[in-house]
Design a protein around this ligand. Structure first.
Ligand code: 4NP
Length: 166
């Protein structure tokens, strides 16, 4: 179950990893594509950011972008940004890619965050919860694994969100 929208008829989702060049941008591009496919892009907004600031303003990791492009997605428009504490109050869902990202996001919150709104992305994975492992220091297989997790989870998210923004 996903939480109700803060503003009726609109749903805002933020996806957060460490660098905002691999995992959360992949999730962002895939989820935004699924949202558009479902005809919900006028009501559902997707953004992404990193907890760190090293890559701010830069493009997606070239391995992530190459895989997304090969699979038919548009990876060209991504520019990395750093998450702001205010995102925790503004978004209906803030989804952390792993447990470290979740801990870092909790540390940014001024009040105890609602665990329904701030949680791990793969809490919504139909194949079960867990981390989206960081593929940055590994090989191409890691990126393919991330894409598979992100695609099935994005589909599940869109199905649930569609019922919340009729
Ligand atoms: P991401 O991967 O959090 O999935 O974007 C990383 C990207 C960069 C770094 C770490 C993880 N880094 O240390 O620069």
């Amino acid at each position: 179950m996903l939480p109700a929208p803060r503003t009726p008829g609109r749903y805002r989702i933020a996806l957060v990893c460490l660098g905002n060049i691999c995992r959360s941008p992949m999730a962002h591009v895939v989820l935004a594509a699924r949202v558009a496919d479902a005809g919900l892009d006028d009501r559902v907004a997707v953004v992404s950011a990193g907890t760190g600031d090293w890559h701010v303003g830069g493009p997606m990791d070239r391995r992530a972008a190459a895989l997304l492009t090969a699979e038919g997605y548009d990876a060209s428009r991504h520019r990395a940004q750093q998450v702001l504490p205010s995102w925790l109050e503004e978004h209906d869902l803030v989804l952390a890619m792993d447990a470290d990202n979740l801990r870092d996001l909790r540390a940014l919150a001024s009040a105890e965050p609602d665990p329904e709104r701030l949680r791990r992305f793969r809490d919504l994975d139909p194949d079960g919860p867990g981390d989206v492992p960081d593929p940055y220091y590994g090989g191409d297989d890691g990126f393919r694994d991330v894409l598979a997790m992100v695609e099935r989870t994005a589909e599940a998210i869109v199905e649930e969100v569609a019922a919340l923004v009729p």
